[in-house]
Design a protein around this ligand. Structure first.
Ligand code: AMP
Ligand code: MG
Length: 412
């Protein structure tokens, strides 16, 4: 049986890059940029004021104090969205200026409106100001290109575009971006016992929880859902469903039917479809029977075991790494936390545990592995706020040791 690292290696050497498409900025959130993007224009585009106030020549303010105020004529006004009318630039004068308005040529500092005494004409327009302090060159100025310089690296290939990136892309005037198409992912749950949530259970049956889970989770990891389906314990039904889906999907997930029981027909069905089985069984818990295959058309198949937590682990720690690779993202880096209590684990199996992370009163991050780690138990997952990941070797984890933690769902 291979270990988790080996399984990731096989996934990395199999998952091919997704096609590149051009999308408008308004459609880019949640996609991954396909090529390095240089900044098309400087931000701010021009020197402008950081305050509502008066633009002055810093040199004119030398020596201004409350005891020795300096008076200046106000010779113009400029609002955000305007340009300074005319090109008046006289010594010992000031311009009234609003936040974001361009600095009139030759002026080099802004004193905020609250810090001057203003003399107004009968209409309320400032005609002169009195300064009680010196204004240094550059004060309250935002200089052209200070945030983004034209030609700077704006985003690098493989970066995920989220709202924060959209802000910078919009500011610099990026209209269209080359991104990777989101992976098209379909799921097929299998099992004669499975019943729709909206139907009453007959004896021996259970509600299908993997289907609705995957429907929600596929969207939250940034994939494009190609639908969630269900079959009975039948190779023929599964083969037919996969044949229908394979040309519309990059990844097909199946749940159930992949262990070693009599009804575990998923490997057989995939073989009949001509798939290459790239691994089957990995030294992890939960989810050991997991299978990874590639269909003749290139679509990847993850055969996840039926137990719900094995499905969550399979999606989080096998499918997400494959999707990251396909969209050109770097492998994820996990954070660490200190384990709260001793925990027993199965030696030789890497352990993905439903956990809670919190900071203690010294600011240290503490991870608590929740009771109920059996792979059929969903209730602890509903209370978990992260996964804790323990290496295969140990048969027990000791309180105070450091353990890796991962967000429940990753799309960053
Ligand atoms: P299997 O991998 O098919 O042997 O299933 C393992 C366990 O997971 C069995 O107890 C199944 O009833 C359960 N199971 C399989 N599929 C689902 C599903 N879609 N929703 C909830 N439980 C399931
Ligand atoms: Mg089954």
């Amino acid at each position: 049986m291979i270990n988790y690292g080996q399984a990731l290696g096989i996934i990395a050497s199999t998952a091919a890059p997704l096609p590149v498409v051009s999308v408008a900025l308004s459609e880019a959130a949640g996609t991954v940029i396909a090529a390095d993007l240089p900044c098309p224009s400087a931000v701010p585009p021009f020197d402008n004021s950081a305050m509502d106030g008066f633009a002055v020549h810093s040199g004119d303010t030398n020596g201004a104090t409350p005891a020795n105020p300096i008076t200046m004529r106000v010779i113009g006004m400029v609002m955000a969205g305007e340009t300074p009318g005319g090109d008046q630039n006289e010594p010992r004068t000031a311009w009234e200026i609003m936040t974001g308005a361009p600095i009139p040529a030759g002026y080099d500092g802004v004193i905020p409106v609250e810090q001057v005494e203003i003399k107004r004409d009968p209409t309320g327009k400032p005609v002169a100001i009195q300064l009680h302090q010196q204004v240094n060159a550059g004060r309250n100025l935002r200089c052209a290109g200070e945030d983004f310089a034209k030609g700077d690296a704006l985003l690098g290939a493989g970066q995920l575009i989220q709202a924060n990136q959209i802000m910078g892309l919009a500011a610099t005037g990026v209209r269209e971006i080359q991104v990777r198409m989101p992976a098209r992912v379909a799921a097929i749950t299998t099992g004669n016992e499975l019943t729709d949530t909206n139907k009453l259970l007959e004896p021996g049956k259970i509600h299908d929880s993997n289907g609705p889970y995957l429907e929600a989770a596929i969207a939250s990891v940034g994939a494009a859902s190609a639908g969630v389906y269900r079959t009975g314990d039948s190779a023929d039904e599964l083969i037919e469903r996969v044949q229908n889906l394979q040309d519309k999907t990059d990844i097909i997930l199946t749940t159930g039917g992949v262990s070693a029981g009599r009804m575990d027909f998923v490997p057989t069905a995939l073989e009949q479809l001509g798939a290459d089985i790239l691994f089957h069984r990995v030294a992890i818990r939960p989810g050991k029977p997991i299978l990874f295959a590639r269909l003749p058309n290139g679509t990847l198949v993850f055969g996840l075991p039926g137990n719900p937590i094995a499905v969550a682990v399979g999606l989080r720690f096998f499918v997400v790494p494959a999707m990251r690779q396909m969209s050109g993202q770097q492998p994820e880096q996990y954070a660490s936390a200190v384990l709260a209590e001793d925990v027993r684990k199965k030696a030789g199996l890497m352990f993905f545990a439903k956990a809670n992370a919190r900071t203690d009163n010294t600011g240290k991050l503490i991870a608590e592995i929740l009771p109920g780690q059996e792979s059929f138990k969903i209730s602890p997952l509903m209370k978990a706020n992260c996964w804790a990941i323990a290496n295969a070797d140990a048969d027990r984890l000791t309180a105070g040791s450091v353990i890796k933690i991962a967000p429940l769902i990753a799309h960053d």
